[in-house]
Design a protein around this ligand. Structure first.
Ligand code: HEM
Length: 411
C-alpha cells in the first residue's frame, strides 16, 4: 500500500503503525497532496503548528462547506453531509451563526455547572463500578468505558436509561461504519443508518420538549430564539445527535486508551497510585496519547498558503490529530507516555471556535473513573487481544479484555 492508500483506508488505523507514517510525513511532506477514491484529492496536514492555525481561522478554513467528516470515497461523501446535518449541527456551522448556536447548548458544560455536577458524576460512575465483579474478567471497553460517558451525557441531556443500549448501537454504526463488527451493508450504508436512527430519536426529543421549562440542552435548543426565530426541528435534532455522539463516543476512547497506556507503563501506574491527585494532569495525557479524534476535514474558502504550499479555494484539507500530538517541535519525548507532562499543548480537543465544548466534562469523567478503578482494584492485567476500531475519524479501542483483582483480595 502506498501512503495515500493508507491514509484513505480506515482499516489502516486499526492495525497499521500510523504514528510511524505520520513521523515520516511531518519530516518529508508535512502538507501532502493525497489522491482519494472520489478523484478529488485533498491536502493532508501533519504538523501541530499548521493544524493549530487552520483550526483558528474558520473564515479561511470552513467546517460548513462540506462538513468535517473525513469522507473521501464517493459513497461516503454522499451520506456524510446529510448524516451530520452540515450547516445545521454546531460542529459544521461557520461564524457568525456558530457562536449563538453553541451558546444555547453550553450552560451545563461551563466550569460553574461542572463543579456542581461532580458529585453526581461520582455517583453515576460508582453505580457502574458496582455492576462489575469484585474480581474477574471483563472487557474494559464494553463493560466500563462505554457506560461511563453514556450515563453522564444522558443525565445532562435528560435521556432515559432504557434507551442507552439502542443509542450505543446506533452510535457504533454512525462512527464505526467501516468496521466489519458494526456493519449493516456497506460502510456508507451503515453510517447513514446509524445517524438516521439517532436523528429520528433527536426529532422525537425535540417534539416532546417544545414549550417545556427544563434547562437541559435539548430543551434549550427546542425553545431557543436565534436572530429572532426558533431553530428548525432538523437543527435541534442534528445538534442533539452531536451532543449524544460527542458525549459518549470520544471519552470512552480516552479513558480506555489511558488505562491501556498505564498497563503498558507500570512506572506511570505506580506514580498514579502513589498520588491520585496526579489525575488532573494525567487526564490531559490520556487524551494526547489516545487521540480519540483521528482526523477532521476543512475546506479552503479562498486561495491561501500553508508553509510554502499554495492551497486553492475549494480544496479540502484533512487534519491528522495523532500526528500533531506527537510533533517533536512541540512535545519533548513525544513517544513517552508521561502523566506529569506539563504544559501539555495537545490538540486532542481541537482549538479555535469549535474547541471541544465537552472537554472539561470529559476530563472530570476520566479522573473520577480512574480514581474509582484505582481505589477498587489492586491489580489489572490484560488477558487477551487488544483491538482497535477500524476508523480514521473517531477511533480507539474496541476491546480491552482484562482481569480485575479487588483490593482486599490482593491484600
Ligand atoms: C476525550 C473526549 C473528547 C474528545 C477527544 C473530543 C474532541 C473534540 C474535538 C477535536 C472537537 C473539535 C471539532 C472541530 O474543530 O471540528 C470537538 C468538538 C465538540 N465536542 Fe468534543 N471531544 C470529547 C468529549 C466531548 C464531550 C464529553 C462532549 C459533550 C457533549 C463533547 C462535545 C463537543 C461538541 C458539542 C463539539 C462541537 C463544538 C463546536 O463546534 O463549537 N465532546 N470535540
Amino acid at each position: 500500500m502506498n501512503v495515500d492508500e493508507k491514509l484513505n483506508d480506515p482499516a489502516f488505523f486499526s492495525h497499521g503503525d500510523f504514528y510511524q507514517l505520520f513521523d515520516t510525513m511531518r519530516r518529508d511532506s508535512p502538507v501532502h497532496w493525497t489522491s482519494s477514491p472520489d478523484g478529488r484529492g485533498y491536502w493532508s496536514i501533519f504538523r501541530h503548528a499548521d493544524l493549530k492555525r487552520i483550526l483558528n481561522e474558520p473564515e479561511l478554513f470552513s467546517s460548513e462547506r462540506e462538513g468535517v467528516m473525513p469522507a473521501v470515497d464517493p459513497a461516503m461523501a454522499e451520506v456524510a453531509k446529510d448524516a451530520m446535518g452540515v450547516g445545521e449541527n454546531v460542529l459544521t456551522i461557520d461564524p457568525p451563526r456558530h457562536g449563538p448556536v453553541r451558546k444555547v447548548m453550553s450552560p451545563p458544560f461551563l466550569p460553574k455547572a461542572l463543579a456542581d455536577s461532580e458529585i453526581r458524576v461520582k455517583s453515576l460512575v460508582g453505580k457502574i463500578f458496582d455492576q462489575l465483579p469484585a474480581s474477574g474478567e471483563i472487557d474494559l471497553v464494553s463493560d466500563l468505558a462505554v457506560k461511563i460517558p453514556m450515563a453522564v451525557i444522558c443525565e445532562i441531556l435528560n435521556l432515559p436509561e432504557e434507551d442507552w443500549d439502542e443509542m450505543l448501537s446506533w452510535g457504533k454504526m454512525a462512527i464505526g461504519g467501516s468496521d466489519p463488527e458494526y456493519q449493516r451493508g456497506t460502510a456508507a450504508e451503515t453510517v447513514a443508518y446509524g445517524y438516521r436512527l439517532l436523528y429520528e430519536y433527536g426529532l422525537k426529543q425535540h417534539a416532546a420538549r417544545q414549550g417545556c421549562p427544563h434547562s437541559d440542552p435539548i430543551t434549550q435548543l427546542s425553545n431557543a430564539q436565534i436572530n429572532g426565530g426558533p431553530l428548525k426541528p432538523s437543527e435541534v435534532a442534528h445538534n442533539s445527535v452531536q451532543l449524544m455522539l460527542a458525549g459518549f463516543e470520544t471519552t470512552r476512547n480516552a479513558f480506555s486508551g489511558g488505562v491501556l497506556a498505564l498497563l503498558q507503563n507500570p512506572a506511570q501506574m505506580a506514580l498514579l497510585r502513589e498520588d491520585p491527585k496526579r489525575l488532573r494532569l494525567a487526564a490531559e495525557e490520556f487524551v494526547r496519547w489516545s487521540d480519540p479524534v483521528i482526523s477532521l476535514m476543512r475546506v479552503a474558502t479562498k486561495d491561501t498558503e500553508i508553509g510554502a504550499q499554495k492551497i486553492t479555494a475549494g480544496q479540502r484539507l484533512m487534519l491528522w490529530f495523532p500526528s500533531a500530538n506527537r510533533d517533536e517541535a512541540v512535545f519533548d519525548e513525544p513517544y513517552k507516555f508521561d502523566i506529569t507532562r506539563h504544559p501539555n499543548l495537545h490538540l486532542g480537543f481541537g482549538a479555535g471556535p469549535h474547541f471541544c465544548l465537552g472537554g472539561p466534562l470529559a476530563k472530570i469523567e476520566i479522573r473520577i473513573a480512574m480514581e474509582e478503578l484505582l481505589e477498587r482494584y489492586e491489580g489489572i492485567e490484560i488477558t487477551g487481544p487488544v483491538e482497535r476500531i477500524q476508523s480514521s475519524f473517531v477511533g480507539g479501542l474496541k476491546h480491552l479484555p482484562v482481569r480485575l483483582i479487588a483490593r482486599q483480595e490482593a491484600a
